[in-house]
Design a protein around this ligand. Sequence first.
Ligand code: C2O
Ligand code: CU
Length: 496
Amino acid sequence: MPDFSRRQFLTSCAAAGMAVASPSLLVPARHASATPATLIRAGTRTIEVNGRAATVYGLMQANGTHGLIAEAGGPFQVRLENGLDEETLIHWHGLTPPWKQDGVPNVSQALLSPGGAHNYDFLLNRAGTNWMHSHHGLQEQRLLAAPLVVRGPAEAREDVQEVVVLFHDFTFRDPAEVLAGLQGVEQVAQAPAAPDHAAMGHAAMGHGAPAPAAGGHSGGRGVAAPAGAHLNDVEYDAFLANDRTLDDPEIFRVERGGRVRLRLINGAAATNFWIDLGGLEGRLIAVDGMPVEPVRGRRFEFAIAQRLDIALDLPKNEGAWPIFAIREGERARTGFILATASGAVERVGGDADEAAAAVGLALEGKLRAAQPLAGRPADREHTVTITEAPGYVWMLNGKRHGEDAPLPVAEGERVEITFRDHTTMAHPMHLHGHHFQVVAINGKRFPGAVRDTVLVPSQGSVTIAFDAVNPGKWALHCHHLYHMNGGMMTAVEYQT
Ligand code: C2O
Ligand code: CU
């Protein structure tokens, strides 16, 4: 079974030049109604982690392809089937569909019962590296997530090899148990942590983290979070790149001197990473699927739910180049390998030499949108405060989801939202149905990236701007799965 799913994943994602867009998505839009929908089935599969079999969820096409590669300008015609024995609903993270096809239970759509199906049909109006994942309960921690790449017409013609990699954090525990463990112990008053305590995460800060899991990834060698803050909530058994650890990483065969476009997706439930290109230098060309003015570098901050498109020009020699994702504050890492036909692949360990720094906004502050919003003053400004309360409760504007008051907007407005984080953690804030531009960090304005998920650091503020052009009621939440389940979700609601 692992072989089967791996081979299928390679087919769908690795061999990008040759991939494998679903035929129904290649026809011009005007023929759309005549084409059959692509079936995507939520189901279970077996992978191997640390030498142990694990039954996880997945989103497979009829031919076994995990996820979907589609063409910009074409239709998104998908029949989503629930092959699980529990309810589910899938959100198309990064797409901007009509509201009722957005896949958020109780906000845009009804949950799918086991055996049920929903049909989706809308225009893919822009290219980008996106993903799909469950928006129900804690299913995302069980890997109910897959790539959703929308390829632009120019990209499809380029002589560039695409490498699509979805990252996860993985636990053998029941995610409900993880959440219960986080909720179990009342928070103590937050005192600024000494650096060696900060590295211990919630255990030190009184959130009641479960005992460190096996795997040697606990925080003893960690780095300090910014003063008074802490980084990781959950101890994991492994970190995965396309379902695999560095014990048995995916190897992408590349051309000597070839051009590669990494399409990296942080599908982790609760982990911010650093992408480490090892011996290579890359150019970051898009974030969350939206183009930015290229930024050269070897290490890139990569918050939960974000995507990074990185262009690489490979050396002219034979070789093998590991690409890592290192958990912030720790040494634990996962990754994959680019290797030429006779490049010798050496074993690389699951721990970096040093713990990675905290993921913050150093990169964010450098990003500039390649296609910024039109210059225009805000018609409406909202502030969203982020606070926490004992029992692992996380709130937006002082309310948990369910008691919250959605933020009103009106169609046609330029809207700005300022997030102010008064908690001890950073929060990857995601708005559905729109792309926003990051326009200020800690009150300092700049024309930042256009994207859909931005990290708001502990004790910091971030302002985003967007044009209200997609009427409906749209989820606005922290993409840390346990924070979201702890209440950290509201909505932006168009007034009629
Ligand atoms: Cu990635 Cu509310 O979603
Ligand atoms: Cu959060």
